[in-house]
Design a binder for this molecule. Structure first.
Ligand SMILES: [Cu+2]
Length: 121
């Protein structure tokens, strides 16, 4: 294989990878785990308008919550989850963009409980 055909092969593989992401790479279910003081999210990317079921777990030793940027979705999320509690909520994101989320209990976001989700159209 000469270097040109190697390049073409690389381009084809890269194109295929992009196509795969474009066609259903976004999951419709994810788990978000809240700990002291970090949010571990399986929700890196979702599709606008597509319902996604979030399982939110408090795996920490203190209360936590999860609030999404209200621009992203108007879904109601629980006020507070006690240690060991979990809840499931199905929501959809209104438009594409990158949106933040955080635990809004005092001091928790500055301590590291923030993240972002990318919504693709
Ligand atoms: Cu918290």
């Amino acid at each position: 294989m000469n270097s040109r055909s190697r390049r073409n092969l690389f381009a084809a593989v890269a194109g295929l990878a992009l196509l795969t992401v474009g066609c259903g790479g976004a999951p419709n279910a994810a788990t978000i785990t809240l700990t002291d003081f970090k949010i571990t999210s399986g929700l890196a990317q979702v599709r606008a308008g597509q319902p996604v079921t979030l399982t939110i777990v408090n795996g920490g030793r203190v209360d936590h919550n999860l609030k999404l940027d209200p621009v992203a979705t108007d879904a109601a999320l629980p006020e507070t989850l006690k240690p060991g509690e979990r809840t499931t909520v199905t929501l959809s994101f209104k438009a594409s963009g990158t949106f933040g989320y955080a635990c809004t209990l005092p001091g928790h976001a500055p301590a590291g409980m923030t993240g972002t989700v990318t919504v693709v159209s």
